[in-house]
Design a protein around this ligand. Structure first.
Ligand code: PNW
Length: 474
């Protein structure tokens, strides 16, 4: 408008020179993606073992029966982490390895595997960070209704108690669930992940609600059973929005969208975090789905459930990969801005490279929830292979991670309490419906021989950790 000066662009904090001394560096994996040994030593099948055997569901019908065979390479893998100078390792426990039927009889050998893993990690001075559920529901529990069955919260609580009694003397931090957005949304609504269901929203929401009850129950059990002072959080799929420009109205719109929900979908930050941290479902979600909420939502049971779901948490973990760009549209509403021709994408899912998500999302999540944050996953799939020189050169991963960590440094410079970062992934592994197509590891794995080859990025990460990230900002 003539005469009206454009508002000054939002000013970003300048980059620091290093990460804080007590910043925690780590790398992550998940049981089903790396362990292999699918039918060994008493492990029961999980929903992914069933899903992988449905033709056409996984790329080239691949099954991770062996995968990176971490189950048999435990000592070697921890030695590789030690050589990297890794201070923390995030892994998950396979429910059906310790309880083959999901409830009842314990598989001692399965539990022993995690026992040995923890001993190795502690001997290498690596902090163990444990996820209790990274998408591998025991198949026997799916047969009993899985997350549709209200009893699932007690099943999960019993599993948590068993694990806590055996392992909590050594685990530093716990995350009951990894990315419920994805395992409920893609698994039960979209049918792209195990168990492959395509249910109506009402049923999906009931499953989501029961999933959150699992989370709350597990937090209660961990607080009661933990044998040492423990830190409990959650690992969420960041549903990320970044401003298309630094114009104040674009920043405002992106923030609004990052903290909003859309009806019909499990993909948002606030559906899950409002329930887990604030003990309530977001009003926009209840309104947008008012015509299709489970009957339970109209009863007094809901308030009791939310009390259980909203257990005090010590931190929020977010997994950060990609983002959408948002601006204020002509009608004054938020609109998604298409990426320009030739924009950089990663090998997996053609995700946009959007480092700014590491600045904006922690900042906004902190403003809403006032909890310390960890980046519980961040990384990139690259079409890596071992070269003729016997080494695995992955400059793209180094460049990607440098860009993302710079923006995380910006958030920390502004005072956002981001306490640590876990790279996804420690090892190449099974990428769910994408099979072995994608390689996310700092360490290359030859799935035929089990041979590990640390990539250039593993050496780079070692230098990053040792220099507290000074190499990132110089
Ligand atoms: C995460 N998204 O999945 C999982 O926690 C890992 O198991 C997985 O290997 C890794 O990211 C890489 O894909 C995601 O749609 C799935 O934004 C989907 C999204 C994000 C993360």
């Amino acid at each position: 408008m003539p005469g009206q000066a454009a508002a000054a662009a939002v000013k970003l904090p300048t980059l620091p020179r290093a990460f804080p001394d007590d910043f925690l560096w780590g790398a992550a994996t998940a049981a089903y993606q790396v362990e292999g040994a699918a039918a060994e030593e008493g492990r029961g099948p999980c929903i992914w073992d069933m899903f992988c055997r449905r033709p056409g569901k996984v790329w080239h019908d691949q099954c991770p029966d062996r995968s990176a065979d971490h189950y048999h390479h435990l000592k070697e893998d921890v030695a590789l982490m030690k050589a990297m100078g890794l201070p923390a390792y995030r892994f998950s426990i396979s429910w059906s390895r310790v309880l083959p039927e999901g409830t009842g009889a314990v598989n001692t050998k399965g539990l022993d595997f995690y026992d040995r893993l923890l001993d190795e990690l502690l001997a290498a001075k690596i902090q163990p960070w444990a996820t209790l559920y990274h998408w591998d529901l025991p198949l026997a529990l799916y047969h009993r209704g899985g997350f549709m069955n209200r009893d699932v919260a007690e099943w999960f609580g019993d599993y948590t108690r068993l694990v806590a009694r055996k392992l909590s003397d050594r685990v530093t931090a716990w995350m009951p669930l990894n990315e419920p957005q994805v395992f409920i949304g893609s698994g039960m609504q979209l049918g792209r992940h195990a168990p492959g269901d395509q249910l109506r929203f009402t049923e999906v929401m009931l499953a989501a609600h029961n999933t959150m009850r699992c989370h709350g129950r597990a937090v209660q059990v961990l607080r009661a059973e933990a044998k040492q002072k423990t830190s409990i959080g959650t690992a969420q799929a960041g549903v990320n929005r970044i401003p298309a420009t630094l114009a104040p109205e674009d920043v405002k719109m992106a923030r609004e969208r990052a903290l909003a929900t859309d009806p019909d979908t499990m993909y948002s930050n606030t559906l899950w975090l409002d329930a887990m941290v604030l003990g309530q479902y977001p009003a926009d979600y209840l309104k947008g789905n008012a015509h299709q909420l489970p009957a339970l939502f109209a009863t007094s049971a809901l308030a009791d459930d939310l009390k259980q779901i909203g257990q005090p948490l010590d931190f929020i973990g977010v997994n950060q990969y990609q983002a959408d760009r948002v601006r204020r549209g002509k009608d004054g509403k938020a609109e998604t801005v298409p990426w320009p021709d030739g924009f950089p994408i990663t090998a997996s899912f053609e995700w946009a490279v959007a480092p700014e998500t590491m600045y904006w999302m922690p900042k906004w999540l902190y403003e809403r929830y006032k909890k310390p944050l960890y980046i519980t996953e961040n990384g990139i799939s690259v079409r890596d292979w071992v070269g003729l020189d016997g080494r695995c050169h992955d400059p793209t991963r180094i460049d990607f991670t440098t860009r993302y960590l710079r923006e995380l440094g910006r958030a920390i410079a502004e005072g956002v309490p981001v306490r640590g970062y876990f790279h996804w992934s420690m090892l190449d592994n099974f990428e769910w419906a994408e099979g072995f197509k994608h390689r996310f590891g700092l360490i290359h794995v030859d799935y035929q021989t089990g041979k590990r080859t640390p990539k250039d990025s593993a050496e780079w990460y070692r230098e990053t950790i040792a220099s507290k990230g000074r190499n990132i900002f110089s």
